[in-house]
Design a protein around this ligand. Sequence first.
Ligand code: GAL
Length: 421
Amino acid sequence: MQSTLKPFLSALALAAAAANWAPARAGQDTVQVLHWWTAGGEAGALQVLKDELLRHDVQWQDVPIAGGGGAQAMTTLRARVLAGDPPSAAQLAGFDIADWSHQGVLQDLNPIAQRQDWARKVPKALQDFDVYQGRWIAAPIDVHSSNWLWASRQVLTRSGITRPPATWDEFLADLAKVKKAGFVALAAGGQPWQIATMFDGVVLSTGGPDFYRRSLLERDPKVLDSPTMIKAFERMSALRSFVDQGYANRDWNEATAMIMQGRAGFQMVGDWALGEFNHARQVPGKDYLCVRTPGTQGSVTYHSDALVFFKRGAKDLEAQRITAEAVMSPEVQIGFNRIKGSAPALLGVSPESFNACGRKAIADLAQADARGTLLGSLSQGNAVPPAVKGAFFDVIAREFNGAITPTEAARQLAAAAKAQY
Ligand code: GAL
């Protein structure tokens, strides 16, 4: 495009987009939101946003699609958009946002983003996913991380464990102590996304941040099919021996309940579990412990939930605008995340109203970002595009369930990466 024309067209596009978001007539507006925040802590956090919208005369129309990790929600969303009936907004994360941004169905949020200065307030690591070709297409509401280990204080005490494990060998020894004491050593769910959540931490613990980056972010086949990756899968097989028989179809929050009720010692799951401890009013340090997956201290495997807004004609614009602005307000960022167990998606939000685990989540993210050890979570869709993620999940789940060996699994990851280039 001629250089003289470009600024003019950009200004035109900006004016058109701004006109789109100009406040329309007043009156009760509704916003219909598709999401998968159906566990207790998640619903409690979402209520903060719903209440804020009501204060702006916007009524929330809930479209909850149960199923941790969002697989079912994405299937429903695709069906609705294909049928020409998208919701006003939807929860998305990571590369799923990029997938939708190519479809030309998402609202351009730039006028709102510029008014609220999102570019200065949102960490670059999130903007990589929320901004597409210079246009904001997603409003990030949280930052979660997956390389966490949660533990029941009472189960550890009754198993003769006085402090949580810091290294992988200490972790294996503690799992054996808990099992010997008669408890479920590792509370887990067998859905592929949950097994992959454990895999995030195991790969990071086994190979370190550089290995995690080259294998799972850069998808280097030579690194995927390597002795280190084989060792990571051997560690996954070791974990398999510590879960109970009932793990196969267990939801993540049911596994967290096993920790809260003193039936299990450990759970390797993201800090959305903190939302469940918060919802049950359990106290960190007293009832449960939150530590980084042993051997991953100093690094964070992260992702961010965001709301995207679908083009549905002028009737929705006012409610969508108010919703996007509310999501990015400090009030909602603090109120939502301190319940959800995640960190705010805005820089500079005070952590003082968060509990000890929440404050650790915020501090660890800032430290990892500064150190260059903030890494996209494979399990939460922040490492590879959806098609590759699905192929990787299948390999990881088959190995965990003993259908293939660690050596075969490493080879199949490399093959899946090659196939998707
Ligand atoms: C993640 C989502 C979290 C939480 C978790 C369990 O994908 O980002 O907010 O919902 O799934 O379902």
